[in-house]
Design a protein around this ligand. Structure first.
Ligand code: AMP
Ligand code: MG
Length: 397
């Protein structure tokens, strides 16, 4: 199979999963556990928001046409109250932020622009009708859909649910991501490895990443680099919604992932992407389920999950959209790489988030270097040289 560029591979994942995902099961969750979940229903405002015209400043409710001028203050209205009377000609009512507008007034003048003397207030400037007033329903009209099915609820989403009086909400069931590490050299994290062995860290990073992407991780035992063992565990993994394998995808004699999946009748969409870390990278479908064969080096596993598998998991979880956030930052120094391959290298964004510095590391096995990173520098395949101060994209970690 011809290798794909980063952009082609990502597009392939998104379009393939979007085209053939099954309908997700739905469950009802209480508001308190709704954040991070994907809405399975449209959510509408239950009344006009705001329900009355409201002041957005502390000041005086006035009739705009009467300004500038001196007005008689006939009362006060605070948030949580309603002013019983009306603002008549030559009158003003003292008003607090969030309080409903009294009848008769059509503008609010900020307290800073007024001079109060006893029962009267002097206002030296003109006012526009409607100024500093949120009119009734300006945020949403009663019945207006504010959140759509397929949106992932963030903290503003749960705020909207609460504001509309929702104590529970229908969301899609979390997609199960089966996680299978492969390799004869891999031992479980709780064991003491021989010097030639390596503890399984990929199952843990993948479980954390899958959970963050809205999935329910299901960590299966490590598959050994022999056909029988791998086949048995991979078959178990294909009962989940998505199968994530790590290791065993290079062209080596013991790289069994592709062979095992081919033996299960898999269809392959790509098996190499022009990125580093992570060149050998398999995406396909078997027994109706999508799978990724991610390269085994820890950084490769982590980066390829973020770039590709995350999108698949989000879409399988019912999300309408999947976005890879890759903002620009300024390089603190010159940077060069060999063009032809897109690189995602551990980096640190400065406190302001506008400047980025690549970190030194000893390659894609270097977990300690990754723990020091808060982002990946994304060097474009088509550009070899960057000067200090140049803009470069970063993938937030
Ligand atoms: P592979 O992609 O199978 O050739 O694996 C490449 C390298 O990644 C191995 O030599 C290990 O050093 C490392 N590796 C593979 N699987 C894991 C794992 N589950 N946890 C930590 N490191 C791994
Ligand atoms: Mg291996």
């Amino acid at each position: 199979m011809a290798p794909l560029t980063f952009e082609e591979a990502r597009e392939r994942v998104v379009s393939t999963v979007r085209a053939s995902r099954a309908a997700c099961a739905v469950e009802e969750v209480p508001l308190e556990s709704a954040a991070g979940r994907v809405l399975a229903e449209n959510v509408a405002a239950d009344r006009d928001v705001p329900a009355l015209p409201r002041s957005v400043r502390d000041g005086y409710a006035v009739r705009a046409a009467e300004l500038p001028g001196e007005l008689r203050v006939t009362g006060e209205v605070r948030a949580g109250e309603r002013f019983a009377g009306e603002v008549g000609p030559g009158e003003a009512v003292e008003i607090m932020t969030g309080a409903p507008m009294p009848a008769g007034a059509d503008a609010v003048v900020m307290v800073e622009h007024t001079l109060r003397a006893g029962g009267r207030v002097r206002i030296g400037r003109t006012a526009e009708p409607g100024q500093f007033i949120n009119r009734r329903g300006c945020e949403a009209a009663a019945g207006e859909v504010v959140l759509r099915a397929g949106a992932r609820l963030d903290y503003s989403g749960v705020a909207a649910l609460a504001a509309f009086g929702r104590e529970s909400v229908r969301v899609f069931r979390k997609p199960v991501a089966a996680i299978v590490a492969t390799g004869d050299e891999i031992v479980e994290a709780g064991r003491t490895p021989e010097e030639f062995q390596i503890r399984n860290s990929n199952s843990y990073s993948l479980a954390a990443q899958a959970a963050r992407a809205g999935g329910a991780p299901l960590v299966l035992p490590v598959a050994r680099d022999n056909g029988e063992d791998a086949r048995r565990i991979v078959e178990r993994g294909l009962s989940a919604d998505l199968l994530l394998l790590s290791g065993g995808v290079s062209a080596g004699k013991y790289d069994i992932v592709e062979r095992t999946l081919a033996g299960l009748g898999a269809e392959f969409y790509f098996d190499r992407v022009l990125i580093q870390p992570g060149q050998p990278l398999v995406f396909g479908r078997a027994r109706g389920k999508f799978f990724f064969g991610l390269p085994g080096n820890p950084a490769s596993t982590m980066v390829t999950f973020e770039l590709f598998a995350r999108a698949a998991l989000e879409l399988l979880g019912g999300q309408e959209e999947t976005v890879l956030h890759m903002p620009y930052a300024r390089l603190t120094g010159a940077f060069r790489h060999r063009a032809g391959i897109a690189r995602f290298l551990p980096a640190r964004l400065g406190a302001g988030g506008a400047e980025v510095t690549p970190l030194t590391w000893s390659g894609s096995g270097d977990i300690p270097a990754l723990t020091r990173a808060n982002a990946y520098l994304a060097a474009e395949a088509g550009r070899a040289e960057y000067a200090g101060g140049d803009l470069i994209r970063v993938l937030l970690k």
